[in-house]
Structure formats: C-alpha cells, structure tokens
Write a protein that binds this ligand. Structure first.
Ligand SMILES: N[C@@H](CCC(=O)N[C@@H](CS)C(=O)NCC(=O)O)C(=O)O
Length: 289
C-alpha cells in the first residue's frame, strides 16, 4: 500500500514541487498522478482524485484519508516516517525547521507573486520591487540564523522539510537574479544542484508542454544549473546494459552519451535521463560501472 500524490505542471507548480520533494528527497515510495493547471477539467480532476480538495498537491493515504495541502503533507510524512529524517532529531533544529516551513507556507507573498517559478528559463534585467526586497531581507535573516545555529550544510543541518519548502524560492533567486548575499546565493546553488531537484526539472523538460502563462516581458537567459552531460536519444542498441536501471525490465529504448549507448524499458525513462543523466543515481551507477 503506497501513498498517492496528485501534482500539476512540474515547470511552474511550486507547491507540487514541495509535495513531491517531501516524498522523493527522503526516499518515501509514492504513486504519482499528474494534472494540468489552468485547463478546463483541473477542478474536476482534483475533485475526482480527492473529494473536497481544490488545489495541488493532494495526497491520498493508503487508508484513503486525504491531505489537501503541502504543509499537511509534510507534517504527515514526518509523523508517519520518523526514521526518514524529514525533521531533525535535535529539538532546537527541529523547532527551527518547523518555524521555517510554517513561515514559508504562510509568507513571502510578494516574492511568490512577482517572481513566479519557471524551471524552463531564467530572466535578464528583472528589477525587484521594494516588497520583494523586503522578502529577500527576511529570507537572508532566517536562513542565516538557522545555518549559523545548526552548522549547515542545509538550513537545519542535514536536508530537511525546511529545505523542501524553500526549494522553489532558491530557484527564483537564480532565475530572476535576485539581489542576495554570498551565503544565500550559495544555498540557492546547492538547491538547484540537489539530485531530487535536478530529477524534477528533467521530468519537467520532457513531460510539460511549453506554457506561456508565466512568461515575463524580459529577455531569457539559460537556466542557471550545472550543465548536464550531453546525451541524446538514439533509435537502436545494442546497449551496454540489458536491463533498465530503474525497473530491471528488458531494454527497448536507447540513449547515447560520451560515445556509449545505454538502454531503458520505456521512452519516458529514457527521455528523463537524456535531459540530465547525472540527476539519476540508478543510471549513474551503470554509467560509472
Ligand atoms: N496552500 C496550498 C497551496 C496550493 C496551491 O495554491 N497550488 C496551486 C498550484 S501551485 C493550485 O492548485 N492552483 C490551482 C487553483 O488555485 O485553482 C498548499 O500549500 O498546498
């Protein structure tokens, strides 16, 4: 029996990202369902998945009970899987992580409204309003305090729910080139280089259609993440591996990287790996082997 999670567009749905990271970053099994924002049928699909829910992410527990908000999902998983480390064990770090999560969930309205998440691109020449600058000043204060108190490398020591909730804020700092100090910039860079974040973006690039909803009237810059290994889909093998690195099933779809060919059981697994091979530890294990 597995939790089921309904999310929307990976490129732009920052709350979906938080819901997914709360499972993925802590290796908690989940069955994923996807809908699309701003389309006829969104409300009906959410309602069909979980009666009474109105937004994504939404979780259906194995018992059938519903969690219809990212904060509730985070608290529930921390409680249901105490061994997974969603919240630090140290009481002081745990209290700080809970405060950071709650403040992110309730606040930073200007930053969220004026800098929508878009993982396909970065923008040149964005000018931060006074309200966004005030949000950034608050971020710097609470991030700096938490890291100084708990020693890093993440906000409250090891990666925790606090980092989950600030992941889409970190991408905005980089994609809008927001004015922050060195430590906040370094934290934002660590967030976009984190493997689960890279996995989410790789899936966004291959699964989401281009969408103009959050386009800005600004020039585009390349997305500021580590450059992926150059890989491409190829029609045929043979491949070095006979079974898929993810499912263990026989390979039928192929990818070339560094002059070598690897196989996958389906095109979706192949394509998400083409988008960013190093994001996927199971693939990298055979690549390095
Ligand atoms: N407080 C909610 C916010 C969720 C939310 O606003 N999700 C957006 C997508 S990122 C949504 O479902 N929007 C659709 C709508 O508001 O109709 C949470 O933390 O989960």
């Amino acid at each position: 029996m597995t939790h089921e999670l309904l999310i929307a567009d990976k490129t732009t749905s920052s709350w979906s990202l938080r819901g997914w990271l709360a499972f993925r970053a802590f290796d908690i099994p989940v069955r994923l369902h996807t809908t699309r924002l701003y389309r006829d049928g969104f409300a009906a699909e959410v309602e069909a998945f979980a009666p009474g829910a109105r937004t994504v992410p939404v979780v259906r527990r194995p018992t059938g009970a519903v969690l219809s908000d990212s904060l509730a999902i985070g608290w529930h998983l921390a409680e249901a899987f105490p061994e997974k480390g969603l919240l630090p064990e140290d009481p002081a770090a745990r209290a700080d992580a809970m405060s950071l999560v709650a403040e992110m969930h309730a606040g930073f309205a200007a930053l969220r409204a004026e800098c929508p998440m878009n993982l396909r691109t970065a923008w040149a020449g964005f000018s931060a309003s006074d309200a966004v600058r005030a949000d950034l000043a608050r971020l710097e204060l609470i991030w700096g305090r938490a890291m100084a108190a708990h020693g890093g490398p993440w906000l409250c020591g090891d990666y925790s729910l606090a980092d989950v909730f600030f992941a889409p804020v970190a991408t905005r700092i980089l994609t809008y080139d927001l004015p922050v100090s060195g430590p906040a910039l370094a934290y934002a860079k660590a967030q976009v280089a984190h493997a689960p974040m890279r996995q989410w973006r790789a899936m966004a690039l291959v699964e989401d259609p281009e969408d103009t909803v959050y386009d800005m009237a600004l020039d585009r810059r390349p997305y500021p993440a580590p450059a992926p290994l150059a890989a491409r889909a190829v029609k045929e093998g043979p491949s070095e591996n006979s079974t898929c690195p993810y499912s263990g099933d026989p390979v039928r779809h192929f990818m070339a990287v560094n002059g070598r060919v690897f196989g996958f059981c389906n095109a979706r697994c192949r394509d998400k790996t083409v988008a960013d091979p190093e994001a996927w530890p199971d693939f990298m294990a055979i690549f390095a082997g």
